[in-house]
Design a protein around this ligand. Structure first.
Ligand SMILES: Nc1nc2c(c(=O)[nH]1)N[C@H]1C(S)=C(S)[C@@H](COP(=O)(O)OP(=O)(O)OC[C@H]3O[C@@H](n4cnc5c(N)ncnc54)[C@H](O)[C@@H]3O)O[C@H]1N2
Ligand code: MOO
Length: 409
């Protein structure tokens, strides 16, 4: 069997999983991390009205330039003043309060003779430097509209505040909600089922006996899928019995809560390759060996109408294959833009790799921008890894100083 390129297979997985479904959800913390599928449009002006940026006094100066004003009203945040300021009048206002009509500027309470607490005074004197009798309008050093948040100065009603593909971040939640939005249209989260296969697999906390091993891929892949924005609706472990796998895949295909299935194991060349045995006779399936290490043996196709991606059983191979092949396709489904390559300077020991296959080395990206890769392919190295170094097919050695492409994991 010839080797298929990583890029070719990645594109095939992307085609198989392509889906642009969207849904409308509440614009709240549960939407964080989702990607917009439509423009987010401000429903209201932000601020909704001219409001005070300070606790203090709204002033309508009069031409005589006096600095002592009668206080004609008291406006806490949340109130709607039912009066207007005439020339020579002031009103006490709190931060965020709607300003009375006629306000020219706001003087912070610290720049007056008034007490910051207690009832509003009958009169207030502005004590700010530069305010001298005889000056007109705002005192020197107090620009017009000082400490006034103008209606709509941040966003106007009807303005697009975020476009499709934008992530719903905590800040976007604040912006959208402040601008009166209650919902967002986002890409739907993929409902994903994981099926780990293998006769040797036993659950955690169960005696594996002489030939068994503790099963780990199912929850590793489920956690990777959740980190990619999926909702994992089923996590199954299946023996090497083709009838059992067939029954399980029939059930998953019929389950409306399952959009995509990812299997692990049973795809290589041995006698008990249950995934290959069950799926390769189906005309929609293809099993290939990618020019990639680890994670070379792969399959993909549709079981019934359900897309199925078949990863190899070795935990490191399954992890790498998920990152290299499945994650990009899930990102496209979820509206996450493709990230450009990240480059780093290799600072580890010389690593000899096998030419003719893309090698992914479990690696650690350091704060100084350099990257190192422990020698082994063991799970301990994977657990310590923060990225994968991609060594191209044509390269058979990585030496200190080489600039390498890394994929954060
Ligand atoms: N003759 C050949 N043998 C193998 C080839 C090959 O080309 N020719 N490819 C090797 C490569 S590379 C890989 S990767 C594996 C892939 O094999 P399978 O996908 O069929 O996986 P299994 O045989 O089921 O398991 C491999 C390995 O991983 C352990 N495993 C499997 N599932 C789990 C799990 N859920 N949790 C923990 N560990 C798991 C399993 O016990 C095996 O040790 O094939 C090579 N062989
Ligand atoms: O492709 Mo396999 O994951 O090297 O062991």
């Amino acid at each position: 069997m010839g080797h298929v390129s990583v890029a070719e297979h990645r594109a095939a997985v992307e085609r198989l999983l392509a889906d642009g479904s969207t849904e409308t959800v509440a614009l709240d913390r549960r939407a964080a991390g989702r990607r917009l599928a439509a423009d987010l449009v401000a429903a209201d002006d932000l601020p909704r009205f001219d409001s005070s940026a300070m606790d203090g006094y709204a002033v309508h100066p009069d031409p005589s330039g006096q600095c002592r004003y009668p206080v004609v009203g008291d406006v806490p945040a949340g109130a709607a003043p039912d009066f207007a300021l005439a020339p020579g009048e002031a009103a006490r206002v709190m931060t965020g309060a709607r300003l009375p009509v006629g306000t020219a500027f706001v003087v912070p309470v610290e720049l007056t003779d008034a007490s910051p607490t207690g009832p509003a005074p009958v009169e207030v004197t502005v004590t700010t430097a530069g305010w001298t009798a005889g000056s007109t309008g705002a005192p020197a050093g107090v620009p017009p509209r000082r400490h006034v948040r103008e209606r709509g100065e941040d966003v106007r009603a009807g303005a697009v505040v975020a476009v499709p593909g934008a992530e719903v971040t905590p800040a976007l939640i604040a912006l959208g909600r402040s601008a009166g939005c209650t919902t967002v249209e986002v890409r739907r989260r993929t409902r994903l089922a994981v099926v780990a296969t293998g006769a040797e697999l036993v659950p955690a906390a169960t005696d594996p006996g002489a030939g068994g091993i503790h099963e780990s891929n199912s929850d590793m892949v489920a956690a990777l899928a959740e980190a990619a924005g999926c909702v994992v609706t089923r996590v199954e472990v299946c023996s090497d019995d083709p009838a059992q796998l067939r029954a399980l895949l029939d059930e998953l295909d019929a389950d409306p809560q399952v959009d995509v299935v990812v299997t692990t194991g049973g795809v290589s060349a041995g006698a008990y390759e249950v995934v290959r045995q069950v799926c390769s006779p189906l005309p929609t399936f293809a099993f290939v060996h990618l020019a990639m290490q680890p994670g070379g043996p792969q399959g993909l196709g549709r079981y019934g109408s359900t897309p199925v991606v078949c990863l190899p059983g070795t935990p490191v191979g399954a992890f790498v294959a998920f990152h290299v092949l499945v994650r990009p396709a899930l990102d496209r489904r979820h509206g996450v833009p493709a990230a450009g390559p990240v480059r780093a300077a290799y600072a580890g020991r010389t690593r000899h790799t096998r030419a003719g296959r893309v090698q992914f080395l479990t690696s650690v990206l350091h704060a100084d921008g350099t990257v190192t890769a422990p020698d082994a392919r063991h799970l301990t190295a994977l657990a310590a890894a923060t990225c994968l170094i991609e060594v191209p097919e044509a390269v058979d050695e990585v030496v200190a100083g080489d600039v390498v492409v890394v994929h954060p994991v």
